[in-house]
Write a protein that binds this ligand. Structure first.
Ligand SMILES: *Cc1c(COP(=O)(O)O)cnc(C)c1O
Length: 400
C-alpha cells in the first residue's frame, strides 16, 4: 500500500489547479504590466484572481498581495510592522515559542537589530493563553504575531480573541495561517486580523506561490525592490500561472471545509484512537482543537528518524515534525515548547491527511506504526532499561 501522510509538508497539486495554470504558461503569456492586449488579458486575470482569493478569507481585493509563499509573506509582514513600529518608538514584539521558523528566524534577526521579542509559552495542550497575550502587550508593542494553527501538532489558536485584544491595545496583529487556510474557516474581519500569510502548496496549489493579506490602513513596506508590481509593495513580474493555480485550489479547498473536512476529522479521530492503543504513547496537543488532518504522537523509547525510514519501507510517507527541521539532530522546538522532554520529543511522528482514509488504510497505518514501534523498542537499550525498571517511564502505559 502507498500512503502519503505528510500533507502538512506539502500537497499534491489538484488537477483543477494544474488546468487553471496551463493557459498562463501557454497562450496568455503576456506580462501584466504590458499595454498590448496579451498583457492586458494577463492583467485582468491577475486582478480577478486577487478578488477571488480575497473572497475566500473575507478580505477586499486591494488588501491582497501576491508573494512567493508562506515564508516570504511572514517575513514581509513582520519586518514591515517592525519598521513602522520603530518610527513611533515601538520596538517590542510578542510571539510564541512554537511558531514556524519563517517567523522565529525573522524575529531573531530583528532582535539583533535592537527589537525586543517576547516569546510566549504554550501549554501542554499546544494552545496559547489569551490572557498571556493580553499581559505581554505593552505600550511599546508594535506587533503580535501568532500562528493560526501549528504545522507540527495541528493545534488551532484562539485567533479571534487574540485579535480583539490587539485591536483594543493598538498593536498590529499578524497571523501565519499557512496551515489553516483552506482547512478551517477564516474570516479576517470577524477574526480581527491585520496581516495574514497563506501558501498555495499547503492546499493543493503550486509550490512557490503565496499571498499576504494586509488590512486597509495598515502600513506595508516592500522587501523586494524593483518594479511597481503589487501596488509598489512587491517588485517582480507576477507569477501569474502560480497565482491562478493558487486561486482555484483555495476556492476548492474552502468549498470543501464543511464536507470533506468533516470526514477527514473522523479519520483523524479514528487514527488517534488506534495509535493510543500502543503502550507508552501520547498525543501531542489538544485532542479536539486541532486541524482536521493532523495526528501527532510521541512514543517512548524510540527515535523518530528510524521510525520514518521503516514506515517508508512499508509505503507510508510520514514526518517526525516539520520538514524544515529534519536533517538536524535537535528535537523539534514545537514539542519542546509544549513541554515534551528531549528523550520523548525524539520519538515523534506526524501523520497529516488531505482526504479521509478507508477502513483498510486506517488499519494498515495503525498496524504499521505499531509493528515499527515494537521493532525499534526491541532494539533500543533505553527501552530495555525501562522494561527492567532501571529508568522510570515518562508516559503512562495507556493515556486514555
Ligand atoms: C509551510 C509553512 C510555511 C512556509 O511556507 P512556504 O510557502 O513553504 O514558504 C510557513 N508557515 C507554516 C505554518 C507552514 O506550515
Amino acid at each position: 500500500m502507498e500512503l502519503y501522510l505528510d500533507c502538512a509538508a506539502t500537497t499534491k497539486m489538484s488537477r483543477r489547479a494544474i488546468d487553471a495554470m496551463l493557459p498562463y504558461m501557454d497562450e496568455i503569456y503576456g506580462n501584466p504590466s504590458s499595454l498590448y492586449s496579451i498583457g492586458q488579458r494577463a492583467k485582468e486575470a491577475l486582478e480577478k484572481a486577487r478578488e477571488r482569493v480575497a473572497a475566500c478569507i473575507g478580505a477586499k481585493a486591494r488588501e491582497i498581495y501576491f508573494t512567493s509563499g508562506g515564508s516570504e509573506s511572514d517575513n514581509q509582514a513582520i519586518v514591515s510592522a517592525a519598521i513602522n513600529g520603530a518610527k513611533k518608538g515601538k520596538k517590542h514584539i510578542v510571539s510564541t515559542a512554537f511558531e514556524h521558523h519563517a517567523v522565529l528566524h525573522t524575529l531573531k534577526k530583528l532582535e539583533k537589530q535592537g527589537y525586543e521579542v517576547t516569546l510566549l509559552p504554550v501549554g501542554s495542550n499546544g494552545i496559547v493563553k489569551v490572557s498571556d497575550v493580553e499581559n505581554a502587550i505593552r505600550d511599546d508593542t508594535c506587533l503580535v504575531t501568532i500562528m493560526y494553527a501549528n504545522n507540527e501538532i495541528g493545534t488551532i489558536q484562539p485567533i479571534r480573541e487574540i485579535g480583539e485584544i490587539c485591536r483594543a491595545k493598538g498593536a498590529v496583529f499578524h497571523t501565519d495561517a499557512v496551515q489553516a487556510a483552506g482547512h478551517i474557516p477564516i474570516d479576517v474581519v470577524k477574526d480581527n486580523i491585520d496581516m495574514l500569510s497563506i501558501s498555495a502548496h499547503k492546499f493543493h496549489g503550486p509550490r512557490g506561490t503565496g499571498a499576504l493579506y494586509v488590512r486597509q490602513g495598515i502600513a506595508l513596506n516592500s522587501l523586494i525592490e524593483g518594479g511597481a508590481q503589487e501596488r509598489g509593495k512587491r517588485a517582480g513580474t507576477e507569477n501569474l500561472a502560480g497565482i491562478m493555480g493558487m486561486t482555484v485550489a483555495l476556492e476548492d479547498a474552502v468549498s470543501e471545509i464543511d464536507t470533506v473536512g468533516k470526514s477527514i476529522a473522523e479519520s483523524r479521530d479514528r487514527l488517534i484512537a488506534g495509535l493510543r492503543k500502543i503502550p507508552y504513547s501520547s498525543l501531542n496537543g489538544d485532542e479536539k482543537n486541532r486541524l482536521p488532518g493532523n495526528v501527532s504522537f510521541c512514543f517512548e523509547g524510540i527515535e523518530g528518524e528510524s521510525l520514518l525510514l521503516m514506515l517508508d519501507d512499508m509505503g507510508i510517507s510520514a514526518s517526525s515534525g516539520s520538514a524544515c527541521t529534519s536533517g538536524s539532530l535537535d528535537p523539534s522546538h514545537v514539542l519542546l515548547a509544549i513541554g515534551r522532554v528531549h528523550e520523548v520529543a525524539h520519538g515523534s511522528l506526524r501523520l497529516t491527511m488531505d482526504r479521509p482514509l478507508t477502513d483498510e488504510e486506517l488499519q494498515y497505518t495503525v498496524d504499521s506504526v505499531k509493528s515499527v514501534v515494537e521493532r525499534l523498542r526491541s532494539m533500543s537499550p533505553l527501552w530495555h532499561d525501562l522494561e527492567k525498571g532501571k529508568r522510570a517511564h515518562i508516559f503512562k502505559e495507556f493515556e486514555a
